[in-house]
Ligand binder design. Structure first.
Ligand SMILES: [Mn+2]
Length: 141
């Protein structure tokens, strides 16, 4: 199992490759706000653990295992954003909140949150009722 830090790297590398077609050490460092030397170190570890293949002058590509994990991590991040948005969390909190919790939930919890998203999404009266409750509770504070 990848550590939280490894997950952050795999997730960002997956996104960079998806969006730009490649992931350079400097791009990874920028998107994670870390020093390039930390990226090089982690990339070497991820290579050793078979998530990616790193060649100093050719760049880096995800293995099948790395792609599979990356895809799941991006799905998890997006689902949690969608969930927080649906339950009414303010936009300005969503990204940081997801970054804070995503590594600490079991896949069981992720799947159950997926159920709730579907539950709220498939019948708009449910969301409407949730909004009413929130307005009532906000009135109390
Ligand atoms: Mn994330």
């Amino acid at each position: 199992m990848p550590t939280p830090s490894m997950e952050d790297y795999i997730e960002q590398i997956y996104l960079l490759i998806e969006n730009k077609g490649y992931a350079r050490v400097s791009d990874i460092a920028e998107s994670l706000s870390v020093h390039p030397s930390s990226v090089t170190k982690m990339v070497q570890k991820l290579d050793k653990d078979n998530y990616l293949v790193y060649e100093r002058y050719r760049g880096l590509s995800l293995t099948a295992k790395g792609q599979k994990v990356g895809k799941r991590l991006v799905y998890r991040h997006d689902l949690l954003e969608q969930f927080l948005k649906l339950i009414g969390v303010k936009d300005e909190h969503i990204y940081e909140d997801v970054e804070g919790i995503e590594h600490h939930l079991s896949w069981d919890a992720i799947d159950r949150i997926g159920d709730v998203v579907q539950f709220l999404d498939e019948d708009k009266t449910r969301l409407k009722r949730l909004k009413e409750i929130q307005e009532e509770n906000n009135g109390e504070n």
